[in-house]
Design a protein around this ligand. Structure first.
Ligand code: BGC
Length: 748
């Protein structure tokens, strides 16, 4: 038996043996990713070359037939597919790969961003931005584990998740894919997700994670996806790099560069990012995959390569390992090698990295998934329960004038209306259509939880915010006058199968953050009834709701809560669940406040705005509960020395002073009072979810170590400077919610 086929040989032995047997074309084939055959077939006739240039989700290959992709697979010219959405297609393509000369299995990559939701009949969990509002990395790990199991049950091995960008601009449509604006929270959620997805990357339920997008895309010049990022190295290394570094330290298998140029160099041909920092400084040993046709864009968009071939050369020599996606890659790269423009050993490096993963995942031994048993894993009861629990923990109560919770025994007349009241859009971006019986809308949730004697009226506003109908708005306004309480479910539209109708998600960047269509009018007309109005938001980026915030009784920010979102929202409205989530991102008052984030530098509002507030509408870390919490007795003990030794123990008493049991997310921030380089007014350094029964008090402990105080010196090394640090502990990033105390790091 050939060594590479022998499961008892080491991975290294198997890889080297296989590599030796491969032709140049087969090697480059391993670095070649294509969209799935069914995806291609579906788009034939729907797209032309012009559409392909701008679209980042749908593809055809001009001049090719779907059968060509199958032939190339049999010829060993394809290493990976994306957008293969069924187990049948995955197994079929794998079968073709098994017919290739060396029978190297394919890797199937998919955007399983919150569950393997891009495929039919899988569990859809809350989106990342909402999930981060749980401040619960353990929950993120559990979801990732379950997602990995559902993926492997479909023969999928690799998800393009987590997005560990630090979101800094609400105009950017992709905020919802991230874990929010804070570097530390993003890091904790990102690492938990990588760990959950990958396990040890050797089991039958492990998949590869992908830390993306590397880097700067979350700080686009004008808020639009892929626009230039011009960011100082200090800011990159302080804010944007750390979550990627943490993912690399956690063993992330792959990294995806971002669409944008960074400080004048496209990320896809950026040697500093892909090789010097990632591999040189951090020791990344997985592989780099390009984003959607972004190597081509080095030529046809950024214009730093005169030809596509030159773009390929630049990208590969800068550190790219796999091409997403397109038919011209294999021949062009082989030609570059033959012409001596790329060294074959550089191709070997990439192939080695890719093959290592294929061996580790056990694909040579188990190339297929079991079609008969796949549904034993997907959508199983345990996963559904987790999706519901995650939605409960992700939904933030932003305002409550005391009217919530409603009484689930009372025979209210309830009006439910709004574009998101009864639509699958509740699942969020990156979700395919799922069976209606697996999706609980807000209307479903309210109907199932309100008292049987309650009357639930529904005025349908359609799903499309751009095409709302003034007649239906009026109808809701008159129904509101008949109702005891109104629930308006507003927000954005994110469903990918109506790509051009979306107002939220990838490539839906905005020049304002207002509600689209007649949504403000709807809320105002309903609220004008004088009956209490609850505003529920379904969205993936902060929305400017200041205009209506004063007019409604309560605001619930549900983000993209997943398939059980409607149930969790109704449970919160009726007090079956006490909300606990806190904002993972600041909600500004308007687009004019952008960029708005809590960890700004001290001078940022030295001269505040005139004619408007400089305070955001709702700050990072903020969220209400049906009970109240009181903080007292903040105490610090211990010592940290500049050489990194020692620790500070932080203790604080948190009491539930209200009448219901609840969970409080206790947050710890620091401020370095005087430093060589300017530092933010606050930096989150730790948090804890604390369960407290009504009337109960607990002492909550944190440990501060030197790494949490450190900053970058003039050569970008981490140092702890002597001097005093303020420790702030409390319920949000707002000053009035924080107890403060100080300690000093003494001179050596
Ligand atoms: C996105 C990536 C995604 C890829 C594949 C791109 O447009 O930027 O995040 O993983 O498409 O769907």
């Amino acid at each position: 038996m050939e060594t590479y086929k022998n499961p008892s040989a080491t991975v290294a032995e198997r890889v080297e043996d296989l590599l030796r047997r491969m032709t140049l074309e087969e090697k480059v084939g391993q670095t070649n990713q294509l969209v799935g055959v069914e995806h291609f077939r579906h788009n034939l006739g729907l797209m032309n070359a012009g559409d392909l240039f701008r679209n980042t989700a749908q593809a055809i290959y001009v001049g090719c037939k779907p059968e060509d992709l199958e032939l190339w697979t049999q010829q060993g010219r394809v290493g990976s597919f994306l957008h293969v959405n069924t187990i049948e297609e995955a197994n079929h393509l794998q079968h073709l790969a098994m017919q290739s000369r060396l029978a190297v299995p394919l890797l199937f990559g998919i955007d399983a961003i919150h569950g393997n939701a891009y495929c039919f009949d899988n569990t859809v969990y809350p989106g990342n931005l909402g999930l981060a509002c749980s401040f619960n990395p353990g929950l993120a790990r559990r979801i990732a584990r379950q997602t990995a199991a559902e993926m492997r049950a479909m023969n999928m091995h690799w998800t393009f998740n987590p997005n560990v960008e630090v979101a800094r601009d609400a105009r950017w449509g992709r905020c919802g894919e991230t874990y929010g604006e804070d570097r530390y929270l993003v890091e904790r959620m990102g690492v938990a997700t990588v760990e959950g997805l990958q396990g040890n990357l050797d089991g039958a339920t492990d998949v590869m994670a992908c830390a993306k997008h590397w880097v700067g895309g979350s700080l686009p010049e004008n808020g639009t996806n892929g626009s230039p990022a011009d960011v100082s190295e200090r800011t990159l290394r302080t804010t944007f790099f750390p979550p990627f570094k943490a993912a690399v330290d956690a063993g992330v298998a792959t990294v995806m560069p971002s669409h944008n140029e960074l400080n004048g160099v496209p990320c896809h041909s950026n040697r500093w990012l892909m090789t010097d920092v990632l591999r040189g400084e951090w020791g990344f040993d997985g592989f780099v995959v390009s984003d959607w046709m972004d190597i081509e864009h080095v030529h046809d968009l950024h214009g730093t390569a005169e030809t596509v071939e030159e773009a390929y050369r630049q990208s590969i020599t800068a550190g790219m390992d796999m091409h997403m996606h397109g038919p011209g890659w294999v021949d062009a790269v082989c030609q570059l090698v033959r012409e001596g423009l790329i060294d074959e050993s550089r191709i070997d490096e990439s192939v080695r990295r890719i093959l290592i993963m294929k061996f580790r995942l056990g694909l040579f031994e188990h190339p297929y998934a079991d079609e008969e048993h796949t549904m034993q894993v997907r959508l199983c009861d345990e996963h559904r329960r987790t999706a519901l629990e995650a939605a409960r923990q992700s939904i933030v109560l932003l305002k409550n004038d005391g009217r919530l919770p409603l009484d689930c025994k009372r025979a209210y007349k309830i009006l439910v209306t709004g574009i998101n009241a009864n639509d699958e859009n509740i699942m969020g971006d990156w979700s395919a259509q799922q069976r209606p019986e697996n999706v609980v809308t807000v209307l479903d949730g309210v109907r199932s939880i309100a008292a049987e004697s309650a009357e639930v009226m529904f005025v349908d506003q359609g799903w499309d915010p751009r095409n709302m109908n003034a007649v239906m708005v009026e109808r809701a306004a008159s129904a509101a006058r008949e109702a005891d309480v109104n629930i308006v479910v507003a927000g954005e539209y994110m469903m990918r199968w109506r790509w051009h109708d979306r107002t939220g998600g990838e490539d839906t960047d905005r020049s304002d953050i207002d509600l689209v269509g007649l949504q403000y009018e709807l809320i105002e007309r309903v609220a004008a009834s004088g009956k209490p109005t609850v505003l529920v938001l379904i969205n993936g980026r902060p929305l400017g709701v200041e205009r209506v915030a004063g007019k409604v009784a309560a605001i619930i920010e549900a983000w993209e809560p997943g398939m059980y979102g409607g149930q969790a929202i109704a449970e919160i409205i009726f007090g079956k669940v006490n909300p606990s989530a806190k904002l993972s991102i600041t909600i500004p008052r308007s687009v004019g406040q952008l960029r708005s984030y809590y960890d700004h530098k001290p001078s940022m509002y030295f001269h505040p705005y005139v004619c408007a507030s400089s305070e955001p509408l709702y700050p990072f870390g903020y969220g209400l509960s049906y009970t109240t919490f009181a903080y007292s007795r903040l105490s610090l003990s211990g010592e940290i020395s500049p050489d990194g030794g020692g620790q500070i123990d932080v203790a604080v008493t948190v009491a539930n002073t209200g009448n219901s049991d609840g969970v409080e997310i206790v947050q710890l921030y620091i401020r370095d009072e005087y430093s060589t380089f300017t530092r933010p007014v606050k930096e989150l350094k730790d948090f804890k979810r604390v369960d407290l029964k009504a009337g109960e008090a607990k002492c909550v402990h944190f440990t501060l170590t030197a790494d949490k105080l450190a900053m970058l010196d003039s050569s970008f090394s981490l140092v702890v400077e002597p001097g005093s640090f303020v420790v702030m502990v409390g319920a949000s990033s707002r000053d009035c919610d924080l107890l403060k105390s100080k300690f000093v790091v003494k001179e050596k």
